[in-house]
Write a new protein. Sequence first.
Length: 499
Amino acid sequence: MTPSLIRGPTRRGKGQIAARIAQGVLGGGIAVLWLCLVLPRVAPRAGEPAAGAAAQDEGGTWTADLVLPLVAAVAVIALAAYGYVRRNRRAATRTTPGGTGAVGSVGAPLTEPDTQACAALVEADDCLRASRVELGFARARFDASGLAPYERAVGAAGTELRAAFAIRQRYDGGVPEDQAARRQALAGIVGRCAEAGRRLDAEAPGLERLREADRGTSEALEVAEGRFRELAGRTTGLEAVLGDLRERYAPLASASVTGCPEQAKDRLVFATMRLNEARQSVDLGEPERAAGQLRAAEGAIAQAAVLVAAVERLGEELAAADRLVPAALTGAEAEVAGARERVAAGVAEVPVGELRARIRHADTVLGTVREELTARRPYDPLDLLRRIARAVLPLADGRAGVVEAAAVLVARHTTAAADDFVATHLGGVGAEARTRLAEAVRLLAPGPERDPRAADELARQARHLAEQDVRVQGSPYAEAAGPVTGFGGPRTRDRRAPA
């Protein structure tokens, strides 16, 4: 399970309660002391008329008795004001929900270390993704054994970056709570990212030498041009594929790939310009410039491939989901029936009232799904599977079967869609979206911590956050040089093509 993003009261709450109790006890003690000292003197003695007491007060004999209650009142007011100011100061500086800082963090905000950690995550992730792209093009030209060091470097950098994202995910969830430990966690993120970059930087010169070996020829350029032509052919049919999906399914079913054909064409236009300039540089005997232009073209071609594949993959995923819906519905009904049997036998793993509420909710959801299936209107099969899984998996006793498979299919689709968006907007997506995406990927991996429902939710959050980032910052293709390209880490030179 993922750590909660909203945590309950910290240990500081106990200190505040103790302070309030102490204030109340002190104020009460002062009041009792005042009553003990003043009342015996104010009350008229036996046989003395009340008017005499009033006269004594008018004469000033009881003026001193007013000092103690005034002191008590001032003390109580001062203590109350101190507590009020202290609570407001804590509320202004804390970063738990209800304060003004980021949700989930504890103590005063660590602004500068936090900013450094986020920047390190974005830079390392961009470098790793760009290195994978260049390595993919290198596989088409070089023997696999010659690329082994670079494959190992990419694998090691990926391990470091996954660890950094895991630390960040826990940090965003409020773990650790201690301020010094949180500062150390941020330093750990920066250190992991630096190590990932170091691994890539160490092998970058070797891969560059491989490229230099055929820089005098046009072999690398021919490989890129071949991929460009193949993608251009597939791109022309994307609109027809999208049109077919919109006819067969509900509009929301294809929302995740809306705009992909246009974006793929934009990338290919960018790649065309860079390929032409690279070819001209080769003809003019300018290998350095040709290499830079070719590297930028390869990055654009790789992003176009992601966009084209996203549309084609969605068609396959929707068809698979459509075939799975009837079986998932049958499996869900069996899970609900099993939950009812456990309630009747008194062997519920949760309180009976809670399990009955879950059963009622599942019945409502499954009834709605059946109505949509029989309405003879287009529907989104992935959304139906998501709703079935969310309603029924809380009832499962460890043998979810087909419902679990449905949840995995949905989570894989959502995670892949979020990853595609990040991959095609390198430099424009911030650390929070990438952190949620990395956690979704982790929760989809086979193992005891696998949780497809949580992975689906995190991937949806990642896509939403990434889209927000791009709306604010804009697309990297607004720049003439395009996104970060080439193999290596932050210290590797010439990571951008010349304008």
